[in-house]
Design a protein around this ligand. Sequence first.
Ligand code: ITT
Length: 199
Amino acid sequence: MKRIIFATGNEGKLKEIKVILEEPGVEVISMKEAGIEADIEENGTTFEENAVIKARAVAAKTGKIVLADDSGLEIDYLGGEPGVYSARYAGEDTPYTVKNQLLLDRLAGVEKERRTARFVCVIAAVLPDGEVITTRGTIEGYIGFAPAGENGFGYDPIFYVPEYECSTAQLSMEQKNALSHRGKALRAMKEKLQEYLEA
Ligand code: ITT
């Protein structure tokens, strides 16, 4: 059994990641499940930098392959905010009902055409020999006029996709994974790791 340690404390991400990466012979475990504690300071200025910081911090404590995800929501009307600060926007512990409403308020009166946004995800892998690989995925959409849906996590209730004209919180996990930033970045990573996973 190949075990991949995923350097994340975000349960919503972990659920999506397991569905995409796990297959017979490959198991994904969180750093908590691996018994690894790491206090990681995400002080990078890009998704790439932060993903590598997280994967390296955990890789330093194990000889196994470690993956990390750094992701966020870019809203064009707000100059790309909250971007790399998505988790910290309006305070790390502020509930997403509040964060989502704040963003909706900042877009009050803005018509649909100017509410364009995207989710971005960068996956970093640190291999046991120290080699670092990154992959990136995005999904284009727009900020809706009201939150909707109970699935997913974070900003999903306000992020709408033109493919379905509904929020990503209204999609099943399978539907979201097929289109999402994380799905795309993880599938690209899976391909790059194929050799390693088969070994
Ligand atoms: P880890 O660093 O422990 O993985 P985190 O939540 O702090 O967890 P990030 O620093 O990468 O992760 O922040 C990403 C934030 O972007 C996340 O907390 C959400 O607010 C938002 N986000 C990313 N992907 C999302 C998705 O698929 N749906 C909704 N919100 C998402």
